[in-house]
Write a protein that binds this ligand. Structure first.
Ligand code: SF4
Ligand code: SF4
Length: 170
């Protein structure tokens, strides 16, 4: 099954865009899972550090200079395709941090426990919400979650449980 059929990238595609271990060991870094040539470049304009290289063609896929990226997450909030996350393997012993775009309401609260979902929407663990950067200037809210380090490569969304509402939504 291809990305076009399922909306889920193949393992080789994910591997191909994942920063090498030496980059991840330095601290938070953006991961661009952007695989389709479409006329789109807000990530380039969002980055204050020049880490997203200038596009030669509006349909180009983003090329990232990880040496310039500090994982600020501005591109996460600006990407209309929800194709960017920030991964931090240095957050805490045994625990990593993800900065994820989150378009569902209501937003979770800081300190809340949420379901951690993989690219297919399957729950693969639990995560703690560390920070919520709300909607600004039309940007997508960004939710920072702390979770088991082994899940950093697989988790790409969260589900907020609103028990009082009598079910799951998110
Ligand atoms: S995380 Fe920040 S520094 Fe890194 S590419 Fe995105 S906007 Fe640039
Ligand atoms: S803004 Fe998002 S979808 Fe558009 S080119 Fe950049 S990473 Fe891809």
């Amino acid at each position: 099954m291809t990305l076009a059929e399922t909306g889920i990238p193949a393992c080789e595609q994910i591997e191909g865009c994942y920063p090498p271990v030496a980059v991840r060991a330095r601290g938070p870094v953006a991961v661009f899972e952007c695989f389709q040539r479409i006329p789109c470049d807000p990530c380039y304009w969002a980055c204050p550090r020049g880490a997203v290289l200038e596009f030669r063609d509006i349909n180009d896929l983003p090329i990232v200079d990880w040496t310039r990226c500090n994982g600020c997450g501005l591109c996460v909030a600006r990407c209309p395709g929800l194709a960017v996350v920030v991964v931090d393997e240095t957050y805490a012993p045994g625990e990593g941090l993800l900065k994820l775009p989150h378009e569902f309401w209501p937003l979770p609260a800081e300190g809340e426990m949420v379901d951690a979902l993989d690219r297919s929407g399957r729950t693969v663990g639990r995560a703690r919400v560390v920070r919520v950067v709300g909607k600004r200037r039309g940007d997508t809210p960004v939710v920072w979650i702390a979770l088991d380090k082994s899940l950093l490569r697989d988790v790409r969304a969260i589900r907020v449980r609103h028990e009082e509402a009598g079910g799951l939504c998110g």
